[in-house]
Design a protein around this ligand. Structure first.
Ligand code: UDP
Ligand code: MG
Length: 331
């Protein structure tokens, strides 16, 4: 859908991944609906815009709720993945399905933590020329100290490791269909969307909003999952860890060389003593460093292993009526 006539308003798809969200979905769905209505009334988007839920293999009533919403109002649409594939894959699925049906997408979590009102400003920025608008959390007052601290450490670590991400931006963002069509060429299976969109380029900007508490239900990102996400982000976007290992290798080699010189001189001058402590320390230290290095390199080999298989990143098992499978050769 191209913006041909001047008065044609962009069609917006709000893409929302949902995993076990039966408590919060009935609360937030009307809020998304209201936002679409408001934006359409203000003449900023086409009234035929949609709210697209992607059910990420939930084990609760989430999919049934989505189906009911869709039956009651065609503005609600849903896709159901064949199993739980994780937030990033679910979101990717929604974006890829939306890309040929709309002009712009906004991705957001379904728990109401991100201020839905910020969409006004995002659309505004799009209308004035931006192709990607990153939602950035201005404050984290309502998060616990632990969540705030780990989240900040997460962004610092990512950037320091060479994975370029927008600070304090999660996955609340506006992306135009044009960018999504280019993004479809990024075929990797290890995906870290917030770090990949900056790689696509195009004009982008940020919009700031306050982050609230989850309206209901509980977070699916405990520390363990967050660490896994950070690690995936780093290894899918940067080879800096391998460079660090190389650097470490060089430094240790230089030190070892000096030690060898020292040992030789000591031996030649007949001062060589049975220094078990220094031997033990050297062996333990080197053993540890070598194991860590092997682990990091193994991580990349594992990534290559997964990439070479080219497995599908998600499989859609069910759809609501308004989201038929892509017809003949639409790709
Ligand atoms: N989510 C998902 N699949 C998963 C885990 C989470 O689709 O395996 C969705 C979840 O329903 C929510 C969003 O991803 O809409 C963010 O999850 P959550 O709110 O639990 O994370 P947090 O905001 O605490 O970081
Ligand atoms: Mg959340």
């Amino acid at each position: 859908m191209e913006r041909t006539e001047m008065e044609k308003k962009p069609v917006l798809y709000i893409v929302i991944p949902c995993y076990n969200e039966q408590e919060v979905l009935p609360l937030t769905a009307p809020m998304f609906r209201q936002e679409v209505a408001r934006l359409a009334e203000a003449g900023k988007i086409d009234p035929d815009s949609r709210i697209l839920f992607v059910n990420d293999g939930s084990r609760d009533e989430t999919w049934r709720i989505i189906q009911e919403l869709s039956a009651g109002d065609p503005h609600f649409q849903g896709l159901c993945l064949s199993r739980n594939r994780g937030h990033q894959n679910a979101l990717l699925c929604g974006l890829m399905e939306a890309r040929d049906r709309c002009d712009i997408t906004i991705s957001i979590d379904c728990d109401g933590q991100d201020d839905i009102r910020a969409m006004d400003q995002m659309v505004e920025e799009y209308l004035s020329g931006a192709e990607i608008v990153y939602g950035v959390r201005a404050r984290r007052k309502t998060d616990t100290f632990f969540k705030r601290f780990t989240a900040q450490a997460f962004y610092r670590l990512l950037n320091w490791m060479g994975a370029d991400t927008v600070y304090n931006h999660a996955d609340y963002r506006l992306v135009s269909a044009r960018v999504l069509r280019e993004f479809a060429g990024f075929r990797e299976v290890n995906i870290f969307l917030r770090g990949m969109f900056p790689l696509v380029g195009f004009k982008s900007t940020c919009v700031y909003y306050d982050r609230n508490e989850r309206l209901a239900g509980k977070s699916h990102y405990p520390l363990k999952k967050m660490l896994a996400l950070a690690f995936d982000g780093i290894t899918s976007l940067s080879v800096k860890p391998i460079r660090i290992i190389t650097g470490l290798g060089v430094i240790i080699s230089v030190i070892s060389f000096l030690l060898i010189l020292y040992a030789l001189i000591a031996w030649a001058s007949g001062r060589a003593v049975a220094g078990w402590a220094s031997t033990l320390i050297a062996v333990a230290l080197l053993g540890g460093i070598q194991l860590i290095s092997l682990g990091v390199i193994g991580e990349y080999v594992g990534k290559i292993f997964l990439e070479t298989k080219h497995r599908p990143r998600y499989i859609v098992s069910e759809r609501t009526e308004g989201m038929p499978a892509e017809g003949d050769g639409q790709e």
